[in-house]
Design a protein around this ligand. Structure first.
Ligand code: ADP
Ligand code: ZN
Length: 600
């Protein structure tokens, strides 16, 4: 007899109840319908097809774009006693052969496979000969040109509807925007699918965006204060900066590895594997790293450079805290970043329409950086969600930035740009305003301008902040020809004429730290629990190493945390902890119970 979805959830996965729309999704697929699932990272997409895969007879075919992702998912399922396997180019002929014969004999519950392999004639022939439970298409946004991860292989998946019209299909993605959604429906033929859209809020992530001063020092202080021994990702824009940053962190005694597309394949792979398998490693990376990285206990994502859009920012920061425990999204940025990003757009070869679109995205990102309102409200609004109250869990909520009436200084700054002929960058303009008699300035005769020295009472830092905010709001533009030279935008006219006023955010050294962790490590373990916590972790590490799998495949941090607070005294008690299914209880129950009894 087949098990009910709830039984499967309890006995295989060890969870008490379904989360959010999971149950409705599972029911839809089990009943034979199609579904499109839009759920944020960490929302629990996997169970939406894994439970039906076990509830329906036959094998579930899961399309996944990344080998690392498939490997992890399969390893986790096998740990829970599920008959799962993957087919990928990393297997040799014999291994692949063995899995294919399991498939043909009906001995697999789930088969993970890359899209290009699925659509081969050979594979389709095999699928036509077996009993298929469902098709799951993970990372379904890869089918869209609008997305950032377009894969032409995904286009071939349209044939699933034609060739297997009776088999339910479920497409899943964390990319929410309406255009990508429409693309997925059209290209995968999901017109009749039921659509499930979850809130995209990630309540466990604390958002923070601060002014860049000495970014490495800031990063080091942040890691030492809030994340000693934690795994995290540091994103940089260029390969060169990735390597320099990783090296600098190591020199400062913080274990970090580099990852970017320019490194040899084997180095990339090794670094990725170490990040996944070892604990407490920091990955310094370009955006080439991260898609589908399934590590649930990334405790922070730090940005040393501005992402190009809110979509990228949200996706990258979303890799923190997939396990639902406290996590940090931390970023520093400064005026040089704004200028760099804007100049890159000026010089891009793309057509006009495309460039306008890119520019709109950058402006939205800058608005997020400069806002004095709740970051989460603005982020969610960007994705069409309304959050009624400020979240209380972001830097602006915890420590509001004062604003000030900056109309007069802003006009002075604009006037300095205009009077010097729109040919100079911020440094020079600040010198003019502050009345610095530099050689270059004197040679240009700019000491005779009426704005010269008119802003001497404001410190340099404040002037840079004014320029940055004028740029962010579009009153100033970078000059496509001149290196960092600024020029006026038409939109500044009302301000110059005196028809508009301007409030700006006041720079201040922020001390802000998340309330929940109060500046302590993100996973707040009481000092009397430390010994047991470390003992549990070390037992998990040992078991993982013996089998060559990442530690979180044995138990997630959230499960260890629960063991820590529940202090189970018997296998029955341990079995009630979330994440401890029957199989894992059987395999690891004694080992962890011994640790609890010895150390508690
Ligand atoms: P996604 O693929 O949407 O990013 P995952 O499927 O990896 O998310 O799930 C994220 C985390 O939430 C995992 O640690 C998973 O075990 C946990 N999880 C998912 N569903 C439940 C549930 N119903 N109860 C408890 N934990 C869950
Ligand atoms: Zn907030």
């Amino acid at each position: 007899m087949t098990q009910s979805p709830r039984d499967i959830l309890h006995s295989i996965f060890g969870y008490e109840s379904f989360r959010g729309p999971q149950e409705a999704i599972v029911d839809t697929i089990i009943a034979g319908g199609d579904a499109l699932v839009l759920m944020p990272t960490g929302g629990g997409k996997s169970l939406c097809y894994q439970v039906p895969a076990l509830a329906r007879s036959g094998t579930a075919i899961v399309v996944s774009p990344l080998i690392a992702l498939m490997q992890d998912q399969v390893a986790s399922l096998v740990q829970s006693g599920v008959r799962a396997a993957y087919l990928s180019s990393t297997l040799d002929w014999q291994q692949a052969q063995a899995i294919e014969s399991q498939l043909l004999d009906g001995r697999l519950d789930l088969l993970y496979i890359a899209p290009e392999r699925l659509v081969t004639a050979r594979m389709l022939d095999m699928l036509s000969r077996i009993h298929i439970a469902l098709f799951a298409i993970d990372e379904a946004h890869c089918v869209s040109h609008w997305g950032h991860d377009f894969r032409s292989d995904y286009l071939g998946l349209s044939l699933l509807k034609e060739q297997f019209p009776q088999i339910p299909r479920i497409a899943l993605t964390a990319t929410a925007d309406p255009r990508t959604r429409a693309d997925i429906i059209e290209r995968l033929g999901l017109q009749n699918a039921e659509i499930f859209i979850s809130s995209f809020d990630r309540p466990n992530i604390f958002y923070r965006i601060a002014q860049k001063q000495k970014s490495l020092d800031q990063l080091e202080a942040f890691i030492r204060r809030e994340h000693p021994g934690d795994a995290g990702i540091v994103y940089c824009l260029s390969r060169n900066k990735v390597e320099k940053t990783a090296e600098a962190l190591n020199q400062r005694g913080i274990r970090a590895l580099p990852y970017h597309a320019g490194l040899p394949g084997n180095v990339r792979e090794e670094n990725q594997t170490r990040f996944l398998r070892e604990e407490g490693i920091i990955m310094v990376a370009t955006v080439a790293f991260g898609m589908g990285i399934d590590k649930p206990n990334v405790r922070f994502v730090a940005h040393l450079d501005l992402p190009k859009s809110i979509e990228s920012y949200y996706q990258e920061t979303g890799r923190a805290g997939r396990d639902g425990l406290a996590a940090n999204a931390w970023m520093v940025y400064g005026i040089a970043d704004v200028i760099k990003l804007k100049s890159m757009l000026d010089q891009s070869e793309a057509g006009d329409e495309h460039r306008r679109e890119e520019k709109r995205k950058v402006d939205a990102m800058l608005a997020l950086c400069e806002t004095v309102q709740c970051r989460r409200q603005l982020l969610l609004a960007h994705f069409g969600e309304h959050l009624a109250e400020p979240c209380g869990h972001c830097d602006n909520c915890i420590e509001p930035s004062p604003t000030w009436e900056a109309t007069e200084p802003a006009r002075m700054a604009l006037s300095a740009v205009y009077r010097t002929g729109s040919r100079y960058g911020v440094e020079y303009l600040v010198d003019v305003l502050r009345g610095e008699r530099t050689e270059r300035l004197l040679a240009n005769g700019h000491e005779s301008l009426s704005v010269f020295g008119r802003g001497a009472e404001l410190p340099e830092k404040e002037w840079r902040s004014i320029f940055r905010q004028l740029l962010a709001r579009g009153f100033l533009q970078t000059d496509p020809e001149g290196f960092g030279a600024l020029r006026l935008d038409d939109s500044c006219r009302p301000l110059l004429r005196g028809d508009a006023t301007l409030m700006l955010r006041r720079e201040q050294a922020k001390t802000v730290t998340p309330r929940k962790s109060g500046g302590k490590p993100a996973l707040d373990i009481a000092s009397e629990d430390r010994v047991l916590w470390e003992a549990l972790r070390s037992k998990r590490r040992q078991l993982a190493q013996e089998q060559g799998v990442p530690p979180y495949v044995i138990f997630h941090d959230s499960t260890l945390m629960e063991i820590l607070s529940a202090r189970p005294r018997s296998l029955v008690e341990l079995g009630r902890v979330a994440g401890v299914g029957d199989k894992k209880l059987e395999r690891y129950g004694e080992a962890f119970l011994d640790v609890v009894i010895e150390y508690a």
